[in-house]
Write a protein of this length. Structure first.
Length: 476
C-alpha cells in the first residue's frame, strides 16, 4: 500500500514538473521572441535585433542630410539607446546619444569585433543595420545598455543539429525527471506514511479493532483526532452492545423460565385431571391453578407486546379528556383491591382538587400501578408507600415514595432498562419483569419523564412528570 501511494505520487510529480518545464519554455518564447506580445510592453528590449532592423524605416535621408523623427528620438533616449550612422567607408555621418569614447570611424575588423562581443564598445551591446537611401549604401549601429541586453554566439554543426537537439532535450528530460523523483521521494515519504496509517486505521475499524490510538500530528492532525474520536465512540458502542446482548440473553432466559414454570404446572395438573378420578373440590382447585397460570402467561405476552409497540413512535395513544386526580386515585384503588396487597400501607393525596388532562387513561393507570407494584414487591413487608399529585412548574408530577431499603446508585441508571432484570414469579408478585420499562415508555409517550431519587436504607422517591400542555384546564 505504501509503495503504491509513493509510486503514484512520484509519477504525478514528475509529469507535473515536465509539463511545467515545457510550458515555461513555450510561454517564454512566445512572450519574448514572437510578435504575439504587445510591443509597447517591454519593446525595444523585447527583441533588440528586430527593433534595430525595423528602425531603418524611421531614418530619413533627404538632400544628403540624415534625420530621425522627434518621437523616435524620445523613445531611444527613454530606453538609453544610442545610434550612429556610417557611410560606405565606415565613417560617422550622423549620431545621437552616442557615448563620449565611441569612435567616429570603424574598420571592418573593429565593427565585427564590437558586434560580436557584448560590452566591448563602452559597455554597450551593439546591433548593425543596413540603410539604402538616396542611392547611398549606408549602415547604422544601435547601442543597447549592456546591463539590460546581452548576446552570445551559438555554434553548431548543421549535419548533427537534429541529433544534438534531441540529445539535449533527452538530457533535460532525464535531469528534470531525476530531480522530480528525488524531491518527490522525500516528500512522498512524509505524505504517504500518514495516509497509509489513516487507511490502515480505517481498515482496522472496519474489522472491529477499536483499541489503536493515533498520535495527532502533521497536516493530517485533524484527521487523526477524528479517527481517535470515531474509534472511542465505536468502542463504547461495542461495549454497550455487548452488555445489552448479555442482559438480553439473561432476560430471554428468565422469560423462558417464567413461561416454562407455569406451563409445567398447567401440563402437570392437566395430566392429573385426565388420568385420575378426582373429587369435585380437588378438580376445581386444579382448574383454578391452571386458569391462574394461563392468565399469568397471557399477561406476560401482553407486556412483551406492549413494550415493543410503545417502542415504536407510530403506536397510537387513545387520548381523551379525563380527571388526572381520579385516574391516579383509581390506580391506587386497583392495587389495594388486589388480594395480595390489601394490607399494604398505601396512601394517596393530591394538592389539586381536579386536573382535567388529555391522556390515554388505561396506559397511564398501568404506568402508575407498575411503579406502585415495584415499590411493594422490592421492599420489606410493612413499608409505607405514598402516592401524591402536585403541580411543579410547567409539569404536573405524580410522586411514588417509600421508606424502604432504597436502590444502589449503580442500579438507578439501569432501573428502567428493559433487559436489565429478570422476571419475578414469586408468590407476592406475578409480573412480567417489564413493569418499569413500560412505565417509562408510557410516560415518554405522553411527553413526560421519570426521575428517581434513592438512598440506601432511607427509601426511594420516583417522580412521574407530565407536561402542562396535555391539560385542558387546571384547578388547584
Amino acid at each position: 500500500m505504501k509503495w503504491k501511494i509513493t509510486a503514484q505520487f512520484l509519477l504525478f510529480m514528475s509529469l507535473s514538473l515536465l509539463i511545467s518545464f515545457f510550458l515555461f519554455l513555450v510561454l517564454n518564447f512566445v512572450f519574448l521572441y514572437s510578435n504575439l506580445a504587445q510591443q509597447d510592453r517591454i519593446f525595444p528590449y523585447q527583441n533588440p535585433a528586430s527593433f534595430t532592423l525595423g528602425f531603418a524605416g524611421e531614418i530619413d535621408f533627404d538632400n544628403g542630410e540624415i534625420s530621425i523623427p522627434a518621437k523616435d528620438l524620445q523613445e531611444l533616449q527613454r530606453a538609453d539607446i544610442w545610434i550612429q550612422v556610417l557611410d560606405e567607408k565606415g565613417s560617422e555621418v550622423y549620431s545621437r546619444f552616442k557615448p563620449e569614447n565611441v569612435p567616429d570611424a570603424y574598420t571592418p575588423a573593429q565593427l565585427i569585433h564590437y558586434y560580436k562581443y557584448t560590452g566591448a564598445l563602452e559597455q554597450s551591446t551593439i546591433f548593425v543595420g543596413m540603410l539604402d537611401k538616396g542611392g547611398r549604401q549606408l549602415s547604422y549601429i544601435m547601442g543597447f545598455p549592456e546591463k539590460v541586453i546581452g548576446k552570445t554566439i551559438f555554434h553548431f554543426r548543421t549535419e548533427t543539429l537534429i541529433r544534438d537537439g534531441l540529445l539535449v532535450i533527452g538530457i533535460v528530460i532525464m535531469s528534470v525527471t531525476l530531480i522530480a523523483l528525488l524531491i518527490g521521494y522525500f516528500f512522498s515519504k512524509r505524505l504517504s506514511k500518514p495516509l497509509v496509517q489513516i487507511i490502515e486505521g480505517i481498515q482496522s475499524l472496519s474489522r472491529g479493532h477499536f483499541q489503536h490510538v493515533f498520535k495527532p500530528k502533521g497536516i493530517y492532525k485533524n484527521v487523526f483526532q477524528n479517527l481517535n474520536q470515531l474509534s472511542s465512540a465505536l468502542q463504547a458502542s461495542e461495549i454497550q452492545r455487548m452488555k445489552m446482548e448479555k442482559t438480553r440473553e439473561e432476560w430471554v432466559a428468565n422469560i423462558s423460565h417464567d413461561i416454562k414454570t407455569p406451563l409445567a404446572s398447567i401440563k402437570g395438573y392437566a395430566e392429573l385431571l385426565q388420568e385420575y378420578e378426582l373429587e369435585q373440590a380437588e378438580k376445581e382447585r386444579y382448574l383454578d391453578i391452571i386458569q391462574d397460570k394461563s392468565d399469568y402467561i397471557e399477561r406476560l405476552i401482553e407486556d412483551l407486546n406492549l413494550t415493543y409497540r410503545l417502542k415504536s413512535t407510530s403506536f397510537p395513544l387513545k387520548m381523551k379528556q379525563a380527571d388526572l386526580v381520579e385516574v391516579v386515585r383509581e390506580a391506587v384503588i386497583h392495587v389495594l383491591n388486589h388480594p395480595s396487597f390489601e394490607d399494604v400501607p398505601l396512601q394517596f393525596s393530591s394538592t389539586l382538587e381536579r386536573y382535567p388532562y388529555w391522556c390515554d387513561v388505561d396506559l397511564l393507570q398501568r404506568a402508575v400501578m407498575n411503579l406502585i407494584f415495584n415499590a411493594i414487591v422490592h421492599n420489606p413487608l410493612g413499608t409505607t408507600i405514598s402516592v401524591e399529585i402536585q403541580r411543579a412548574g410547567n409539569f404536573v408530577s405524580i410522586l411514588i415514595e417509600d421508606n424502604g431499603k432504597g436502590i444502589a446508585p449503580d442500579d438507578i441508571a439501569k432501573l428502567f432498562t428493559r433487559y436489565y432484570r429478570g422476571t419475578n414469579t414469586g408468590k407476592t408478585h406475578k409480573g412480567s419483569g417489564l413493569g418499569l420499562a413500560i412505565a417509562k415508555q408510557v410516560t415518554e409517550a405522553h411527553g413526560g419523564n421519570i426521575t428517581v431519587e434513592s438512598e440506601i436504607g432511607q427509601g426511594t422517591r420516583i417522580s412521574l412528570s407530565l407536561p402542562l400542555k396535555g391539560c385542558v384546564r387546571t384547578k388547584e
